[in-house]
Design a protein around this ligand. Structure first.
Ligand SMILES: Nc1ncnc2c1ncn2[C@@H]1O[C@H](COP(=O)(O)OP(=O)(O)OP(=O)(O)O)[C@@H](O)[C@H]1O
Ligand SMILES: [Mg+2]
Length: 316
């Protein structure tokens, strides 16, 4: 394992994130009321959200230049979330403001370490292939392109083709519903990260137990990506690369809200790898990032490289 610290390296170039941008309304309650009931809200936040935005914000917090490719509406919410992204240091020049569309709203109701998500994501604010094509210049010159796979297949394919065609470092998070697009993803990704459900989609079978997940990660490395990280429940994350593999445990934190854990993980993993960290260290750093985000309500990260260094040191 490398003794180098992730805080010491400088990332040349931009991390471009292709994915969802919206507004998050985070509400923390003691217990979710049943039909006809009500509950007092203990904590409320309205912030920039969406998986793509959260990944870009995480990358910026970790000291890289970050840019976003996504879509918001031409409403006041769109204006506000873009202003917040700019304050976060994220380049939003490739975020489309769709005429007549309303910006996605994601309501995250958090109680007792679990969340319930209410999603208003209009069709018009999903990325199209044309939106992605308009960002070709950015994708071609970025150090890494992070593609969040919950976007429509056409947009995902376009992003993969442009990034791969330019020889970029391609990081993907998620799993497309369409089997043909999953194959395309495996062929184009340098790094693949997937949660437990998404891992099963890629493998085409149920994965029971951490050993089965690790075997699946090794198998997926054989199908294209150089590095595969699959969520392995309480055992942590199964990591495989050519010639190696291991299970990396989770950080010892109390989970307030699992939302955004994977997004912080993916962003931090990308930043650490771009800085030249060894895989083992990069995955621990990413785990520390996920741990930091699940400790608070909402998917918006609040990461600091020093904190991640400290937390990563604790993971054996
Ligand atoms: N205590 C912890 N320490 C480190 N990582 C954790 C901890 N608890 C959960 N995680 C990680 O959080 C991640 C959650 O991944 P997942 O992809 O489901 O989240 P997401 O896509 O960001 O959010 P969402 O579920 O809102 O789509 C997993 O990688 C999991 O290992
Ligand atoms: Mg995820």
């Amino acid at each position: 394992m490398s003794a180098a610290r992730a805080t010491t390296g400088v990332v040349e170039g931009v991390v471009a994130v292709v994915g969802q941008v919206g507004r998050d309304l985070v509400l923390r309650v003691d217990a979710v009321p049943g039909a006809g009931g009500s509950a007092a809200v203990r904590e409320r936040r309205e912030v920039l959200g969406g998986k793509g935005a959260n990944q870009a914000v995480a990358a910026a917090q970790l000291g890289t230049s970050a840019a976003l490719v996504g879509v918001v509406g031409d409403d006041a919410a769109g204006e506000e979330v873009l202003a917040q992204a700019r304050r976060d240091g994220v380049d939003v020049r490739c975020v489309v403001r769709r005429e007549g569309a309303r910006t996605a709203l994601l309501v995250d109701v958090v109680a007792g370490g679990e969340r319930r998500l209410l999603e208003d994501v209009p069709e018009e604010v999903l990325l199209t292939a044309a939106d992605v094509r308009a960002a070709t210049g950015l994708l071609r010159r970025s150090a890494a392109v992070l593609v969040q796979l919950q976007q429509p297949a056409g947009a995902v394919s376009e992003a993969l083709q442009i990034a791969r065609g330019a020889g970029r470092f391609v990081v993907v998070d998620g799993a497309p519903e369409d089997a043909a697009v999953r194959e395309e993803v495996l062929g184009a990704a340098t790094v693949l990260r997937a949660d437990a459900h998404e891992a099963e989609l890629f493998c085409g079978r149920a994965l029971r137990g951490a050993d089965a997940v690790l075997a699946a990660a090794r198998e997926l490395v054989g199908r294209g990506p150089r590095l595969v990280v699959l969520e392995a429940g309480a055992a942590g994350n199964a990591v495989a690369w050519e010639g190696g593999g291991e299970l990396v445990p989770l950080t010892a934190v109390e989970v307030v809200d699992p939302t955004g854990g994977g997004d912080s993980f993916t962003a931090a993993l990308t930043v650490a790898l771009l800085r030249g960290e060894e895989v083992e260290r990069a995955v621990r750093w990413a785990t520390a990032a996920a741990g930091s985000t699940v400790r608070r309500a909402g998917g918006r990260p609040a990461l600091s490289p020093d904190e991640l260094d400290e937390q990563a040191d604790l993971l054996t």
